[in-house]
Design a binder for this molecule. Structure first.
Ligand code: PMT
Length: 405
């Protein structure tokens, strides 16, 4: 089922606020961008700090707002801030900042970051009518336009000091639309597709204290969810217990047991185009749950009876309805043989076979190595890399499979 994708989902927006009375509106703009699924990094000029404080933006975005080039000894802020941005929006932008952007002055954190930017830029000017209409400002705006910067506004309306005229900050919705247009629609076959990702290790409770579980941290599944969202997918992440932050722009369903994971996935799957199951689902659960802590000396712990959990992926494979099914296989030996067997038995299109007996792959670490095996015979080896990059390779394969449908 294809639905209009939110192009800002999973995108990282740099929001630069400069010193004008309209700076107070930037807090709402940050909110609107977050609602659209973007992550937002705010940056304030010194003058903006006289109108609104960094704490406002830190509270809204959950991200520290650095105030000067030397504020962080661990990183070089202007380089880092510019490189992580998918799009930058300057709102409000004063005549002074427009002039600096046009000329290329880099005398503080905002302007140094601006000079580093290699992403689409949106500028929303706000100033008094005379300043906006001044030949110098108009020439600077023309320079920015020639360089591909999108200018949104200014509007006509009430200004500072009781004046009315051209120079008012554009409406929030117009600025968000300009940011969307600057990012552009995703041309990925995943754009607008419904994607289910599972992550983490299920926990099967024995009593209020103990459970049967495994070592999955959720990192691989979360990386997949982020990547699919970044490509425009509408992602439902079904997450077994973990310590990770919910990815922005992704609908997260927190579950504990295999049965809970199954019931959420089954409720979503009819609308899904892609399912990627990186979760480590416990194969067995205790036959009985004790709602009282089992005493060590009762003897009951030494003979816990287990029953088999439903195989969620095999169930989806039996009722595929044209969707792309991706499984993961956590193996220690004869990895590819076991992977191929699971690919066939569970009716998958692709299986990602990863080793869980190496220090730099599998459970918990940020890196992985894998062999991707397709039902159509394709095989692709991914040597040691980050889980984020492996997620990119898996999504590339899924895109190919979708394009063949
Ligand atoms: O979470 P991390 O710390 O980042 O670690 C990542 C990982 C090692 C957990 C991940 O990369 C991985 O290999 N996940 C699958 C682990 C696993 O359960 O493998 P399996 O071979 O037991 O199962 C094969 C496939 O069937 C998996 O996609 C699994 O989600 C699915 N399955 C298994 C059992 C079951 N009852 N229902 C299922 O759907």
């Amino acid at each position: 089922m294809t639905v209009a994708p939110e192009v800002l989902a999973g995108r990282h927006v740099l929001l630069v606020v400069s010193g004008g009375i309209a700076a107070y509106k930037s807090a709402n703009l940050a909110r609107a961008l977050l609602r659209a699924g973007a992550s937002v990094q705010a940056l304030l000029t010194a003058a903006a700090g006289k109108f609104v404080g960094p704490a406002t933006f830190e509270g809204l975005t959950g991200r520290h707002v650095p105030l000067d080039v030397f504020s962080d000894t661990g990183q070089v802020p202007h380089i880092h801030l510019a490189r992580e941005a998918d799009v930058a929006v300057f709102a409000p932008t004063t005549a002074n900042l427009i002039a600096k952007l046009a000329v290329g002055i880099a005398d503080d954190l905002v302007t140094s970051t601006a000079l580093m930017l290699d992403c689409p830029i949106v500028v929303a000017p706000a100033m008094h009518t005379e300043m906006w209409r001044h030949a110098a400002t108009q020439a600077n705006v023309a320079t920015l336009r020639r360089r591909g910067v999108r200018i949104v506004g200014p509007d006509d309306g009430p200004l500072a000091a009781g004046d009315v005229g051209e120079g008012r900050l554009a409406e929030e919705s117009a600025i968000v639309d300009a940011v969307r247009a600057a990012v552009g629609p995703s041309d990925s076959p995943l754009a607008g597709r419904r994607v289910i990702v599972s992550a983490g290790g299920t926990r099967e409770p024995i009593d209020p204290v103990r459970f049967v579980g495994n070592r999955s941290s959720g990192k691989m599944g979360y990386a997949l969810a982020r990547e699919a969202a970044r490509r425009g997918g509408r992602v439902d992440l079904v997450a077994a217990p973990n310590h990770l932050d919910d990815p922005v722009g992704v609908r997260v369903h927190h579950v504990e047991t295999a049965e809970q994971m199954r019931s959420v996935i089954v409720s979503l799957v009819d609308d899904a185009d892609v399912v990627m199951k990186a979760a480590a689902v416990a194969d067995f659960r205790p036959a009985q749950y004790s709602d009282r802590k089992i005493k060590k000396d009762s003897g009951d712990l030494a003979q816990i009876k287990l029953v088999e959990n439903p195989d969620i992926l095999a169930e989806l494979g039996a009722r595929k309805a044209g969707r792309v099914l991706v499984g993961f296989a956590a193996e220690t030996d004869l990895a590819e043989d076991h992977g191929r067997e699971k690919l066939r038995r569970k009716g998958l299109d692709l299986i990602v076979v990863n080793r869980v007996d190496m220090a730099d792959a599998g459970f918990s670490v940020d890196t992985n190595r894998a062999v991707l095996i397709r039902a159509d015979g394709g095989r692709r080896e991914v040597p040691l890399t980050t889980k984020d990059r492996l997620a990119g390779v898996v999504c590339d394969e899924v895109e190919e499979l979708l394009a063949q449908r």
